[in-house]
Ligand binder design. Sequence first.
Ligand SMILES: Nc1ncnc2c1ncn2[C@@H]1O[C@H](COP(=O)(O)OP(=O)(O)O)[C@@H](O)[C@H]1O
Ligand SMILES: CC(=O)OP(=O)(O)O
Ligand SMILES: [Mg+2]
Length: 399
Amino acid sequence: MNIFVINSGSSSIKYQLFTATNEAPLCSGLVERIGLADGHITHKFLRDGQEVVINIDRPVADHEAGMLEIGELLTRPDIAVIHHAGEIGVVGHRVVHGGETLTRTTVITPDVKAKIKDLYPLAPLHNPGHYKGIEVAEKIFPQAIQIAVFDTAFHQTLPAKAFHYAIPESFYKDFGIRVYGFHGISHQYVSGKAMSFLGKPDARLITIHLGNGCSMAAVQAGRSIDTSMGLTPLDGLVMGTRSGSIDASVLLYLMEQKQFSAAQLSTLLNKQSGMTGLTGHSDMRDITQQLQAGDPQAQLAYALYAYRIKKFIGAYAAAMNGLDAIVFTAGVGENDPLVRELVCKDMDFLGIALDATRNATREPGIRDISAHDAKTKVLVVPTNEELEIARQCRTLLEE
Ligand SMILES: Nc1ncnc2c1ncn2[C@@H]1O[C@H](COP(=O)(O)OP(=O)(O)O)[C@@H](O)[C@H]1O
Ligand SMILES: CC(=O)OP(=O)(O)O
Ligand SMILES: [Mg+2]
């Protein structure tokens, strides 16, 4: 039974089509820069054993438009790897927020869909896209079992001291206000890869997922024990359009003294802040160009972005009483050597030191970029959320 996996992020949709047993996909693709003026679609598939890549430059207005483009590519007769929609038995969906009730991989029922919708306010850049993605997939693949895999699930192991906020307990009991944590599918996948690479199942790892959304996790012996995002994917690191951690009083001040509404504050912190707020751009490739042109705002933005990551590394090394490796992953983590350099600079007290050549060299697959005598390993591990989702779908169906 073929499994089609859809991973919709805040700026992109990634997809892969797997057979029942293979971990190498029949086809895969990426719709990126969604909502920006210059959208791009990459679709890859095998023809007679050779990889064929189709590139399309076209603005993609939103996630629904992106999903429809993907549906067309999958079934276009000249390039189709399947011949009819019935060949897809399972569609696996990444869902960012599962809240208190959707805590593990589950078959999507009307009740599950309603819960995903109820969580829109807690993942405004994601759950609406997932919901639309599910509805489009139900239309394109009406016979398939639709399965949801949650970003929040991997962080269910957080101890109470890490997931409670220091506010009255009734706010947790009555409203479910707690740290959930996100990017769990990616943190789980890359920490598993890193543990195998190091041959150390009890490794103390810090996984650093830097995409459009960014988060870190302290992973000890394969279990997430702390993470930088909170109730929503807004907290923690500086991101493409999100502020990350900010004194809550900033919001109170803006509401009370400057007449900002809740909706305006949500737009400000989720869509107009982070790298966008500092430089006018959300995509690190654009900011690298600004930096190369000597723009001081781009310099400040890079410094702030890396400094926040550095502080979380210190915090999580303390939380685990030591550290075996830090792991960079996702769009920026895998591809931007300058971010890795700024993060790892002056970190020798934690045994972190980079090999400059290895850091600058682009290679596929997992790689160790630490200096040969460094006590703590620095790894780049390409994430594969789609494969992790396919594995979890298979496990659920076997149960
Ligand atoms: N070659 C590159 N150099 C630097 N940054 C890159 C590169 N390729 C992608 N990125 C960054 O990765 C981001 C997308 O990462 P991704 O993990 O796909 O995001 P998401 O899933 O959050 O939408 C882009 O916004 C861009 O900032
Ligand atoms: C949770 C989150 O921020 O996801 P993404 O980075 O894919 O937008
Ligand atoms: Mg992502």
